[in-house]
Design a protein around this ligand. Structure first.
Ligand code: ZN
Length: 125
């Protein structure tokens, strides 16, 4: 039996405060790979900063691409069945958070849970 990696995708959220109105807003997005996700996060954070906003939160989560971290997918008859791609994994597989306070463009990857055998993440080449 060949072992296949779960196909995952990244969902991210960036929250920022408008320096004038003090209003907090957020944007969400998604990417196929961690590299792409980090690139998008950096780009968006720069964008908001250059538009007079303070980024207050930026994080991303890697989820099963099939069920998006729900652990369940819709079945044909309108019900929901356990996702066969991840075996019903609930929640993100890993998280990315940025160290905003130090103003560094470093992202910290937090690998959640033990997927040995079941999940083999694609490593950065
Ligand atoms: Zn799944």
């Amino acid at each position: 039996m060949t072992q296949t990696a779960i196909h995952t995708k990244w969902k991210f959220v960036i929250e920022f405060e408008d320096d004038e109105t003090q209003e907090i807003s957020g944007t969400i997005g998604q990417a196929d790979t961690r590299e792409e996700c980090e690139g998008l996060l950096e780009y968006d954070m720069e964008y908001h900063r250059s538009h007079g906003r303070t980024v207050v939160n930026a994080e991303a989560a890697e989820v099963c691409a099939k069920c998006e971290g729900e652990g369940k997918i819709a079945s044909g008859d309108g019900g929901r069945v356990v996702c066969d791609a991840c075996g019903g994994r609930l929640g993100p597989i890993s998280n990315l958070t940025s160290s905003l306070r130090s103003n560094e463009k470093e992202f910290l990857l937090i690998r959640l849970g033990d997927f040995s055998g079941r999940f083999s993440p694609r490593q950065a080449a």
